[in-house]
Design a protein around this ligand. Structure first.
Ligand code: PLP
Length: 402
C-alpha cells in the first residue's frame, strides 16, 4: 500500500482521544459548555446553523419585521438559514481591510423592517458588536452574534457571543471543539430564552438515523484527525476538487438548501463534554502558536495578518492572511492549496458570488467583501505545523508577492 502523504488540517480542531469515545457519565454538554463560558445557560443544537434558525424563529414570534442584515463575506449557511426561516437577507459591506461590517452602511441599511443584525466573529477574530448593537438599537432591531468560529474567545466585556441578544457557536468539524456537527445558542434575556427553549424543543426532535450517521462521522474524526491519515478524510478530496476546477468544494463552501434540524444524542454529548475538559489549554497553546506564526507571515513584505484589537482575546483556528492583490494571492494558492500544509480559503466568494445563493442574496455591491474574498487565504493553526512547514509557506508567500 502506498503510504499516505502528510496532511495538515485547515483549522485547528481539538483532537479526540479514544477515552473521549468510551465511558459513561451524564449527557449534559449544554451545561458543561455554559460552565466553560461562565454563563447561566446555553441551548444545545445540531449545528451552528440550527442555532441561528432557533434564534430567528424565536424572534419571528415576537415581531412582524422580516429583514436580517449580515456581512457580505460570511458562511453561505447563514443566508440559507435566513431564507429557510422565511426571512429576507440583506448584506452589508465590510470596512476596507477589515472583517467588520461598515458601520456607516450598517446604519443606513437598518430600518423599520430590520429584525436582526448579525455581527460575525470571522476566523476567531473579534467583531465590533458594540457598533452593531448601536445600529440595531436605533431602529429597535435585535443583535445575533455569529460566534460560530469563536467559541472560547473573550473580550474585556465577557465571552464572545454574550454581548448580543443571541450568540451562536458552531461545534462542526474544523471549528475547535466538535461533535462533527453541533451548535450552542446563548440568549441574554430570560424571557426570550424561555421562548427559544420552546422553539428548540419543537424544532429539534430526536432522530436516531441522523444521530447514527453523526456518531459514525465523529468516530471517524477521532480516528483520522492526525497528519498521517487526514489525506484520506480531507486532503485527497481537496486535491480532487481543485483538479476539477471546483474551489467551492475544495474550501467546503458548497451547501444544500435544507438545514437539518434534530436533537443531539447522549453519546455525542458525553464525547463533547470529555473533550471540553481539554479545550482551555488547547486554546491557550493555539494563541501562543498564532502569535509566533503571525509574526513570521507578517514579516513577509506585502502580507498582512488579521489580529485582534488590544485587550481582546480571540481564538485561533487559523490565521487569515491578506495579500496585496488577487494575482499574488492566486499565485500563492496555486502552490499552497492542496499541498498538505493546511492552507485554504476561509470562503471562496463574497455572498453575491455563489451561484447557489442567487435567489437568496440580492446582488448588492459589496466591493470590500469581494476584495477580501479575492485577496485572502487561511493557514491552519494546528499543533502539527512545524518550523520547516512555516519556512515553506513563508517562502512561497514571498515569491508570490515579489
Ligand atoms: C460554520 C459557520 C456557521 C454555521 O455553523 P455550522 O455548525 O457549520 O452549521 C455559521 N457562521 C459562520 C461564520 C461559520 O463559519
Amino acid at each position: 500500500m502506498m503510504p499516505l502523504r502528510r496532511e495538515l488540517p485547515p483549522t485547528a480542531g481539538l483532537p479526540l482521544s479514544w477515552r473521549d469515545l468510551t465511558g459513561g457519565g451524564p449527557a449534559r454538554l449544554a451545561r458543561d459548555a455554559a460552565g466553560f463560558l461562565g454563563v447561566d445557560e446555553l441551548l444545545l443544537t445540531c449545528s451552528g446553523t440550527a442555532a441561528l434558525v432557533v434564534a430567528l424563529m424565536t424572534l419571528k414570534q415576537t415581531s412582524p419585521r422580516r429583514t436580517v442584515i449580515i456581512p457580505g463575506f460570511t458562511c453561505p449557511l447563514v443566508p440559507i438559514a435566513i431564507a429557510q426561516c422565511g426571512l429576507r437577507v440583506q448584506t452589508c459591506d465590510l470596512v476596507p481591510r477589515g472583517l467588520d461590517m461598515d458601520p456607516v452602511q450598517l446604519r443606513h441599511l437598518c430600518d423599520a423592517d430590520t429584525l436582526a443584525v448579525v455581527p460575525t466573529h470571522l476566523a476567531g477574530r473579534i467583531a465590533d458588536v458594540a457598533a452593531a448593537r448601536q445600529a440595531a438599537a436605533a431602529v429597535g432591531a435585535w443583535v445575533i452574534e455569529d460566534a460560530a468560529q469563536a467559541f472560547g474567545a473573550r473580550t474585556p466585556a465577557g465571552p464572545v457571543g454574550t454581548q448580543g441578544d443571541f450568540g451562536l457557536f458552531s461545534l462542526a468539524v474544523g471549528k475547535g471543539l466538535t461533535l462533527y456537527e453541533g451548535g450552542l445558542l446563548h440568549v441574554r434575556d430570560a424571557t426570550l430564552r424561555a421562548l427559544a427553549r420552546e422553539v428548540a424543543t419543537l424544532l429539534l426532535r430526536p432522530d436516531w438515523r441522523q444521530e447514527m450517521v453523526r456518531g459514525l462521522q465523529l468516530a471517524g474524526y477521532a480516528a483520522l484527525y492526525r497528519p498521517g491519515l487526514l489525506a484520506l478524510a480531507y486532503g485527497d478530496g481537496v486535491r480532487r476538487a481543485l483538479r476539477n476546477q471546483d474551489p467551492e468544494t475544495a474550501a467546503g463552501d458548497r451547501f444544500g438548501r435544507e438545514i437539518p434540524l434534530h436533537a443531539v444524542g447522549r453519546w455525542r454529548q458525553r464525547v463533547g463534554s470529555r473533550a471540553l475538559t481539554r479545550l482551555a489549554p488547547f486554546l491557550a497553546d493555539g494563541r501562543t502558536r498564532a502569535a509566533r506564526n503571525a509574526g513570521r507571515f507578517a514579516a513577509v513584505p506585502g502580507v498582512a495578518v488579521f489580529t485582534d484589537r488590544p485587550g481582546d482575546d480571540g481564538v485561533w483556528p487559523s490565521l487569515l492572511l491578506r495579500l496585496p492583490d488577487r494575482a499574488s494571492r492566486d499565485r500563492a494558492l496555486d502552490r499552497l492549496w492542496g499541498a498538505g500544509l493546511g492552507v485554504s480559503r476561509l470562503f471562496v466568494h463574497d455572498l453575491a458570488g455563489y451561484d447557489f445563493l442567487r435567489d437568496i442574496v440580492a446582488p448588492a455591491p459589496c466591493p470590500q467583501a469581494r476584495m477580501l474574498a479575492d485577496t485572502s487565504l487561511s493557514v491552519g493553526n494546528s499543533p502539527w505545523l512545524t518550523p520547516a512547514d512555516l519556512d515553506r509557506i513563508t517562502g512561497i508567500l514571498a515569491d508570490a508577492v515579489a
